[in-house]
Design a protein around this ligand. Sequence first.
Ligand SMILES: [Zn+2]
Length: 443
Amino acid sequence: MIKVKAFGGYSKIGKSMTAIDIDGEIIITDMGADIEKLVNFEEDKNDITVNDLTALIDNNVIPDDRDFFMKEGKKVKAIVLTHGHLDHVWAVPFLSQKYKCPVIATPFSIKVIENLMKNFRAKSLRLIPLNTGTPYNISDNIKLELVNVTHSIPNSSMIALHTKYGAIIYANDWKFDNTPTLGRKPDYEKLEQLRKEGIFLLISDSTNAEVDGYTFSESIVKTMLEDIVKKTLDNKTIFISTFSSHIARIKNIVEISRKLNRNTMIFGRSMDMYIKAAINTNVINKGALPEVAFRREQINGLLKHVYDRPGKYVVICTGHQGERGAFLDKLITGQYQYRLSGEDAVIFSSRTIPTPINEANKGMLKSALESLNVNVADNVHVSGHASKNDHKLLIKMLMPKHLIPSHGGIEKLSANIELAREFGYELNKNSHILLDGQEITLE
Ligand SMILES: [Zn+2]
């Protein structure tokens, strides 16, 4: 008998965590934070440690697994993570310890977790880096395989659990990028092979299930960025802000800048963390990117070079959501010895994540930039999540016995259910809506 319990990521995006019970052996997939709640929590307390566990649960920053642990904690055989985004892994240092089971993920994701553990002063865990395509026996009855897929962070995977009922596939988050600029395209052969074995259940990302068409490839953004950098006047310094974990994007910006005879600098503490993780796991070569600066004196020293040679640099930096304390926020509020002016251009290679805080912060940042006559380009970005037609492809490719949409609120989950109707899926028969805290038994 298979039971699925939704802890987070089903009533809204964030705090992803699911428990899948296979004949009394439980696998937990993902253990993330609600990023919006985390930002609020950090406003009051910036030095978070493992001692804040209860406060984090009570403030809904991380999933509440307390009752579950009391009743079923001993049955948990493994915690498996899809990718290194914080809404999928941030809670690992806080919640995973007590389960006394291995935590398994691709090597880059494991590095991200190790960094989090160090930051929060967590005790060591049994972390197991597992490459995609390499089988791992969780028990006599459950075999795990991570399937290579594309997203917006390196080393993303779908989780495939081989069971006597067929395969269970947990696919959060994914897109089908057939021309990725870093890493391999999705492992369609493996998905085909899984389909032949028979798929009992697919739990799938619904972030963009309401968005028409296909999600474009990262190579499109590379072309867009190159075009914008080319069109920017030769005497302007360019600041490009993007997601620190988006190593492919960062690498592309460095390559474009080199091609157009500009030097690059990278600023921001989170950039340093993700880039080091990428180097340490051979996602990129050591010399591929410049060293990251994040200390004030170091940044001021480098900015002097930028100021003295207008038009010669592209600065890659944090702060695209307008978040406080990130590089762009500090730059605009005069915390560095560099004054932005009409001689500068700022490119946001991101979209504003639609939370009230982000929208307010980003709005303020953009109007401050505009009042200084800085050239601004926004939304130079493509999503890391599948759109409607991609979802149809995946469903058609796998034809699971049961489908449970995840990673969304009720509207997004319903949109995913609706798409599946074309392939004969009926709500409450073989497609199911689960909300956070709910559980379902499948046969
Ligand atoms: Zn993600």
